[in-house]
Design a binder for this molecule. Structure first.
Ligand SMILES: Cc1cc2nc3c(=O)[nH]c(=O)nc-3n(C[C@H](O)[C@H](O)[C@H](O)COP(=O)(O)OP(=O)(O)OC[C@H]3O[C@@H](n4cnc5c(N)ncnc54)[C@H](O)[C@@H]3O)c2cc1C
Length: 484
């Protein structure tokens, strides 16, 4: 539905015409994220300041128009998809690092700063920002905060939520609130600050982020361990983690993943193995050989058939490039995928791996499995073709069973990608009903008109048709994002 003239006129009164976008091609490229969900918004605005965000939210309220905050559009839960139309508010022009203080170990950034840009800036000062989603070249810090993103290094150092010490947030009524600051010590408003981390753009638009940084560890080493059986690799996680050191990262790729990545990158991966663990250690130079030795021994004793420490930084980079290319490589086999993000207690990893294999066989689906296995965070990716209605029915049922099994094993719906549209139907199964009611109450208090990213995370509004796993049905009206 085209935006009303009055809305466009009001937006153009506070933003230059070139940053109020209504051309079909502009709307199209702001209607998707990393899922297959896709819906063109009514209008896109590209903001450059907190004041502009506030002005847009006030206008939206006057026109009772939904606003969908959008960073890099790499989300994997449909969070930035304007499924009910509205104004997409893009932060990508707010991409400046406002301050980087090497003495107080902090950085203040605008929300549209890309994760990799912050990493690079910190490293230029001998510092280190640990949260490293595999999408780091696309995802923004605002999006990372909104989804509470993690990454391989979070096994040792914790995720985004552990690094945000200050936030500026524009509330749905246009008021601006500043929480926390540059002190590493949490202040009395710390828990209020945490409310916005992982709120998926439903409670406020994050307009500035202060993060703490760490000194960059001097050295790093990588081990690749290959296993003949996937379950052996899953069990090896416990062996490695009880070996007396905490690795920087402990990632897993199963055989389908290995084969897809190998075809895509020719990285020299052992494709005959059922699974590979990629384990990194870091610390001072002297400690690396011992740490690597501990990991190598643990992998051997857990039954690894190949255990190879990386021979150089380039060799390590090759292996990590392979790990980061998993999602992209699946497009070579099937046009679409439902990328899942369950998290289970570490003791339940072997059972979860077994369950995914069994579900894949029962529904005759290809479900490659990879992820931050050291954290119990697994990404079963159900490969599919959206045009095949019968297959999509099986995908929906398989996804439902994977969620149910993760919850039964004491896990959660999402380790890091958030709930968005894709998993909201499962919230009642995963969150205590009183807690869910409280979440709704908080949403109503901050956003009484339900205009900020409505229908995400909590599905308490009337929704336009959308394919969610919980509905178990594909509904026309949503275009397919090829290769997403
Ligand atoms: C190949 C690939 C690999 C990935 N690997 C990982 C991984 O390892 N770990 C991980 O955690 N995730 C991963 N992701 C998922 C995704 O990159 C993260 O969820 C990321 O944090 C999203 O950032 P974004 O800027 O792209 O946000 P978007 O997709 O634009 O938005 C995501 C959500 O955040 C909200 N939002 C965005 N900006 C703001 C803001 N300024 N204020 C309020 N709300 C906002 C949106 O409304 C939406 O709900 C991966 C995705 C891909 C495609």
């Amino acid at each position: 539905m085209p935006a009303s003239r009055a809305l466009i006129a009001d937006l153009c009164a506070v933003l230059p015409r070139g940053r109020v976008l209504t051309e079909p091609e502009d709307l199209l490229v702001h209607g998707y994220d990393g899922t297959w969900l896709d819906q063109t918004p009514d209008v896109v605005v590209a903001v450059t300041s907190t004041e502009e965000i506030a002005a847009v939210l006030r206008i939206a309220r006057r026109h009772q128009m939904p606003v969908i905050p959008r960073g890099g559009g790499s989300g994997l839960a449909g969070g930035a998809v304007p499924h009910a139309g509205g104004i997409v508010l893009s932060t990508t022009l707010m991409h400046h690092i406002l301050a980087l203080d090497a003495h107080s170990l902090t950085a203040v950034v605008q929300p549209g700063v890309v994760n990799a840009a912050l990493q690079a800036a910190a490293e230029r000062h001998g510092l280190f920002y640990p949260p490293d989603p595999a999408s780091l070249n696309q995802a923004t810090i605002g999006g990372n905060v909104a989804t509470s993103a993690s990454g391989p290094r979070c096994l040792k150092y914790g995720g985004t939520k552990d690094y945000v010490i200050g936030l500026e947030v524009v509330l749905p009524d246009g008021d601006v609130v500043r929480l926390g600051g540059r002190s590493h010590q949490p202040g009395p408003d710390h828990h209020l600050l945490r409310l916005f981390v992982g709120s998926e753009g439903t409670l406020g638009v994050i307009s500035e982020v202060t993060v703490r940084l760490l000194p960059k560890p001097a050295a790093r080493g990588t081990v690749m361990a290959a296993f003949d059986h996937l379950e052996e690799a899953a069990r090896a996680v416990g062996t490695v983690l009880s070996g007396g050191i905490l690795p920087l990262a402990l990632e897993m790729m199963d055989q389908i993943t290995l084969r897809c990545v190998e075809e895509y990158l020719q990285a020299g991966l052992p494709t005959e193995s059922e699974a590979v663990l990629l384990i990194d250690v870091d610390g001072d130079e002297m400690s690396i050989p011992d740490q690597l030795d501990t990991v190598v021994q643990a992998c051997r004793s857990a039954g690894a058939t190949i255990v190879e420490p990386a021979s150089s930084e380039e060799d390590s980079a090759r292996l990590w490039r392979a790990r980061r290319s998993t999602s992209s490589s699946f497009g070579r086999i099937r046009p679409n995928k439902l990328g899942e993000d369950i998290s289970v207690p570490r003791s339940a990893i072997p059972a979860m791996v077994r369950a995914v294999q069994e579900i894949a066989a029962r529904y005759n689906l290809l479900i490659p499995l990879f992820g931050h296995i050291g954290d119990g965070n697994l990404h079963p990716n159900i490969l599919c073709d959206l045009r095949d209605a019968a297959e999509m029915e099986r995908v929906a049922l398989a996804a439902r069973e994977i969620f149910a099994e993760a919850l039964r094993l004491g896990g959660t719906l999402s380790g890091e990608h958030g709930i968005g549209l894709l998993k909201r139907a499962f919230m009642p199964a995963s969150v205590d009903s009183a807690a869910l009611a409280l979440m709704r109450q908080i949403k109503r208090t901050l956003d009484p008109d339900n205009l900020l990213n409505p229908g995400k995370l909590l599905s308490d509004v009337a929704l336009s048709p959308v394919l969610t796993i919980g509905d178990g049905r594909a509904t026309p009206g949503f275009a397919v994002s090829p290769g997403s």
